[in-house]
Design a protein. Sequence first.
Lengths: 368, 267
Amino acid sequence: MTKEVIIRFDHVTKRYDNDAVVLDHVSFEIERGKFYTLLGPSGCGKTTILRLIAGFTEASEGDIYFNGKRMNNVPANKRQVNTVFQDYALFPHLNVYENVAFGLRIKKVKNSEIDRRVKEALRFVNLSGYEKREITEMSGGQRQRVAIARAIVNEPEVILLDEPLSALDLKLRTEMQYELRDLQKRLGITFIFVTHDQEEALAMSDEIFVLNQGKIQQSGTPTDIYDEPINRFVADFIGESNIVPGKMIRDFEVEFAGKVFECVDQGLNQNESVDIVIRPEDLEITSWNEGKIQVKVDSQLFRGVHYEMICYDEAQNEWLVHSTKKATVGEKIGLNFEPEAIHVMRLGETEEEFDKRLESYQEAGYEQ
Amino acid sequence: MNNKARWFYLLPYVLWIGLFVITPILLVVYYSFFDLHGNFTLANYEKLFTFVYMKMIASSFWYAFLITAFCLIIAYPAAYFITKTKYKQLLLLLVILPSWINLLLKAYAFLGIFSTDGAANNFLEAVGIGAQQILFTDFSFVFVSVYIFIPFMLLPIFNALDKLNPALIDASRDLGASAWTTFRKVVFPLTLSGVKSGVQAVFIPALSLFMITRLIAGNRVITLGTAIEQHFLVTQDWGMGSAIAVFLIITMVVIMIVTGTRKRGVQ
Ligand SMILES: Nc1ncnc2c1ncn2[C@@H]1O[C@H](COP(=O)(O)OP(=O)(O)OP(=O)(O)O)[C@@H](O)[C@H]1O
Ligand SMILES: [Mg+2]
């Protein structure tokens, strides 16, 4: 597949009225036809990035390119972008049909064509038959779907979706996730999707940007980010994880929880302090003697697919375990894991240094 | 118990409406059916449809329309501008402030400004146009009325614009609409209720103006308001004055119904 950059941010900084920076020298590239997700905690700047792309607000510093052309001063109505707003922003004086038809009417599309496309878009979001309804007569989830229909009906080059599924129940939400992903592939539209929900991000994206406090912490495919989080923040935000302090003794040997373990990491300084991440599902429960770490079960919850246990080792490190096997609260058990399950994170490593280090492992023959 | 409490709260309202709204209207309707000598008659209403009164009605409507139109043309952009600034509460206060000053005082102030050797004429002379007769013209009447009514037009429009969700403007631009199309298709329809309230608050009182008309326009402008005043205070023809008042009341009710905001979609 040829790589075609459609949107590029070059050291974009955003500040509101000389307050603290909301976005801090953000740079990234968006390729045509891919599904991107911006993931991060509330207030980290996700909506701000979308507003900059759509043209509702201007960058304080830096450049935004669209198909190679600088876009900073192009007004919103001249950009090939449509947005699904976080608060829907549906027009209260128009009914469902006219809301969806709004963009097509502006473009002076023929009435018969409008009718066909509006009905198709409403069918897509499971709202056939709601054409004549007023917006005030729709539920939150229905409004959200009208907002999705209003954006996709225009078939723009890029669609920005600001938490478009947040008001839907689990079943409808999963259904819409599949359908949006399917639509995106079918039409080849570039999606930039904002969500709080890391599972949604992992399931849908070609690429994820993890943001915190106006900075991109890490970008990569869902598996990259899940398996090799760059720092504590990413590890914690993407999926549940056990993060404990450790020390790199030498290549392929790391010490944590008072013991030395075999691992797959190399190229760090001897005796360097590091953070260790082990995913709860990579921990396997065995008997006290057979485990690599010895812990006491503190509490246990049945989560449907698995049991979730919180255990403490002798150094009082907390260990979260996902297991299909059941344990007893208060029982002393052992935990086992593979060397590959240990992820070593250097403290304060930048994304470039991190990527370089991962590449060097692959050259050394550790295919992951 | 509950019912008694409700009556207790309702009492002041009922008393007020009964004494100051219902009774006067009934009295006005009653008087309108009597002639100068106290005989029952329908002649007052017949007279309303004669040429003289028809002309007066038309001229009243025309001036009220002019005043309302100028107020709207000035107040809408002004309200829009005020909502866009940082100091909107302060600016709004400055616009409303003059409406706290007594109407009569303002009218007298304009008498001074517009008089033969007042500020307005001094200015015109300085510019080289020369002094004009400004007072006692229909221009000065409309001008002063617009000045006095602008706050009543501006306030409801300001409120409607201020309530407008700015994301809707973003959404409209996002869907390809220019600034003008956005105004036409989103901003104006959504602030129409404010415009309607403003029109009501200006047009209806403007129909029955008489004090400003007397002071500023002299005999140049004769409206229904001045006619009622004449009948009650000069010719003492209370019957005819009441008939005109009844006509005005009916007109006002009709205007209220026509410009009234009906909630769409909500039963
Ligand atoms: N108009 C504004 N004026 C001042 N500060 C603003 C404005 N809009 C947003 N901010 C600030 O910018 C920061 C980022 O906001 P943004 O809306 O991008 O967050 P977000 O990541 O979308 O959060 P959420 O997940 O809660 O929607 C926040 O701290 C917010 O307070
Ligand atoms: Mg947001």
